[in-house]
Design a protein around this ligand. Structure first.
Ligand code: ZN
Ligand code: ZN
Length: 351
């Protein structure tokens, strides 16, 4: 089969690899239909993720069809269409029983990291019963790829942890795929304002289309001043950090209202300052989280009901044979206007 393989920092190639086999009784083999590239994959390619070793097939998102199941798998059978969660969960360990699948003792984020992932024609999914979700019969399969990671991450780490509520003022820092996913799912709760801050004019235009009430081009306008004007000089009740660098975490602290929440979603690679000398008396909550994908069944229902349209995040399409081009386009998002790319994993997709 064809698979996108990481060979060390800066080195990826589309290789011929053996089709994966069942290793444990709880595994399933899934024939991939759709996959995508995540910002985290770019971190891996840069060499920032030491748990991902050379030789690894990348990708932790996708939709496919069950090809084979181990003897202990009871919830799925060959032929079933499935959504692959970016988080593998055994369903039995202490973390899983607490709903923190991301910290599963025998799972968590392992796909395309510690084990081979979904940018391939086939993938082995451990703990299939609790790591796959059935695709509803009438669903748009391709758009459901956005439910593997980006939408549950924006929703759980940003909106739920941030306690977005009706009438609240929300500031989202960063209009990449995760910031936009937070924006889409924050709208479930009818906040009174949704302010999006980003230097990229194209991404702000997308944010406006998706319901942002105020877009702040942070390279041309002072974002603190903009949030203060927008909120009657109170600051934003709910601030969602969707970038992951020290300056954006500091910006969150400058725009949050008293009694507010800062929900960090960004993946931080460097220490970020926390100004307790200014914040110690402001009744704030600061949250961190890795997505658990506990909200996936609920998000599937909102897609089915038409409340949430994941399709709006898809900007480009590629065949699996063109995955290297897809990485190039995704890496140069400022020029290419890439948001989320769809990769068609069928072997005949290029024909
Ligand atoms: Zn991801
Ligand atoms: Zn577990």
């Amino acid at each position: 089969m064809k698979a996108l393989v990481y060979h060390g920092p800066g080195q990826i190639s589309l290789d011929e690899r053996p089709v994966p086999e069942l290793s444990f009784a709880t595994d399933a083999i899934v024939r991939m239909r759709w996959s995508t590239i995540c910002g985290t994959d770019l971190h891996i390619v840069k060499g920032d993720v030491p748990t991902c070793e050379p030789g690894r097939v990348l990708g932790h998102e996708g939709v496919g069809v069950v090809e084979k199941v181990g003897p202990s798998v009871t919830a799925f059978a060959p032929g079933d269409k499935v959504l692959i969660s970016c988080i593998t969960a055994c369903g039995k360990c202490e973390a899983c029983r607490r709903g923190m699948y991301s910290h599963c003792a025998d799972g968590g984020w392992i796909l395309g990291n510690r084990i081979d992932g979904t940018q391939a024609e086939y993938v082995r999914i451990p703990h299939a019963d609790t790591s796959l979700y059935p695709v509803p019969a009438d669903a748009s399969e391709e758009s459901l790829v956005m439910l593997s990671d980006v939408l549950p991450t924006g929703f759980e780490c940003g909106v739920l942890n941030g306690k977005v509520s009706p009438g609240s003022t929300v500031a989202i820092i960063g209009a990449g795929p995760i910031g936009l996913a937070s924006l889409l799912t924050a709208r479930f709760y009818s906040p009174s304002s949704l302010i999006v801050i980003d230097p990229d004019p194209h991404r702000l235009e997308v944010a406006r289309r998706l319901g942002a009430t105020r877009c702040v081009p942070s390279d041309r306008e002072d974002p603190v001043q903009a949030v203060m004007l927008e909120t009657g000089y109170l600051g934003a009740d709910r601030v969602i950090e969707a970038v992951g660098i020290p300056s954006t975490f500091e910006l969150c602290q400058s725009v949050v209202a008293i009694g507010g929440t800062i929900a960090n979603v960004g993946v931080h690679g460097a220490p970020a300052p926390l100004h307790l000398e200014k914040l110690w008396d402001r009744n704030l909550t600061i949250t961190t989280r890795l997505v658990d994908t506990v909200s996936t069944p609920m998000l599937l229902k909102t897609v089915h009901a038409g409340t949430l349209d994941p399709q709006v995040l898809i900007s480009h399409r590629f065949a699996l044979a063109e995955t290297l081009d897809a990485y190039d386009v995704f890496t140069r998002a400022a020029q290419t206007h890439a948001i989320k790319l769809l990769i068609d994993c069928r072997s005949d997709a290029a024909q």
